[in-house]
Design a protein around this ligand. Structure first.
Ligand SMILES: [Fe+2]
Ligand SMILES: [Fe+2]
Length: 194
C-alpha cells in the first residue's frame, strides 16, 4: 500500500499538526474500541481484545501528549479528516455484517497508520523515530487482531463474503488516500496543489 511522497513532505512541514492529529487518532481509536465493547457484549474474545486495544491506544495518546508538551505544541481542536467517515459510510446496517465491516475498517486504519509511521521514521529526529517505531509494532498487531475478529464474527459460511469486503474496503481506502485533501491530517490524501 504505497502512498504518495507528497504526504510525507507535508507531514514534515506541519509537524505540529501531525502530532495534534496523531493524538486525536489515538483517542478516537480507543473510543471506537470501547463503543464496540458496549454494543457487542456477547462476544468475549471481542470484549477482551477491544479492552486491551483501548488501553494501548490511551497509552499511545498519553505518549503523544508528552511529546507535544516537551516540544511546546499546544493541543487544539482539529476537524477530522474525511478518511474515517469516507470508509464508515459503506458500513452495512444489519449485524453481523455491520460488525464485520467496522472490524475491517479498523484493520485498514491501523494498517495505514503503520505505513505512515514507517515512512516517516527515516525523516524524523531520534526521539520521535523511536516512539514511532514502537507504534509500528503495536498498530501492526491491532491490524492483525481486527482482521482475525472480522473473519471470526462473519456469518457461518460467509468466508467468501468477508474476503470480498476486505477487497472492497481496500479499494475505498486506496481511493481516499490517493485523492486530494485541502487540509493536512494523519490520514489525509494528497496535499492540494493550491
Ligand atoms: Fe495507537
Ligand atoms: Fe491501534
Amino acid at each position: 500500500m504505497p502512498h504518495p511522497d507528497a504526504w510525507i513532505a507535508a507531514a514534515l512541514e506541519h509537524q505540529d499538526l501531525l502530532l495534534i492529529d496523531h493524538a486525536q487518532c489515538e483517542k478516537k481509536a480507543a473510543s471506537t474500541a470501547m463503543s464496540l465493547m458496549y454494543r457487542y457484549v456477547d462476544r468475549p474474545l471481542l470484549l477482551t481484545k477491544m479492552s486491551q486495544l483501548a488501553r494501548e491506544e490511551l497509552l499511545h495518546f498519553e505518549q503523544v501528549i508528552k511529546v507535544m508538551e516537551t516540544r511546546g505544541v499546544t493541543y487544539r481542536h482539529l476537524s477530522a479528516s474525511r478518511y474515517a467517515e469516507g470508509l464508515r459510510r459503506h458500513v452495512r446496517t444489519e449485524d453481523p455484517a455491520r460488525l464485520v465491516d467496522i472490524l475491517i475498517i479498523g484493520a485498514y486504519i491501523e494498517a495505514r497508520s503503520c505505513e505512515r509511521f514507517a515512512r516517516l521514521i527515516p525523516h524524523l529526529d531520534a526521539e520521535l523515530a523511536k516512539f514511532y517505531r514502537s507504534l509500528v509494532k503495536s498498530e501492526g498487531r491491532h491490524f492483525e487482531d481486527y482482521l482475525m475478529l472480522a473473519r471470526r464474527y462473519a456469518e457461518e459460511g460467509g468466508d467468501a463474503q468477508v474476503e470480498a469486503r476486505i477487497v472492497f474496503f481496500a479499494e475505498c481506502e486506496a481511493d481516499l488516500i490517493n485523492r486530494e485533501d485541502s487540509e493536512f491530517r494523519f490520514h489525509s490524501g494528497l496535499p492540494c496543489a493550491a
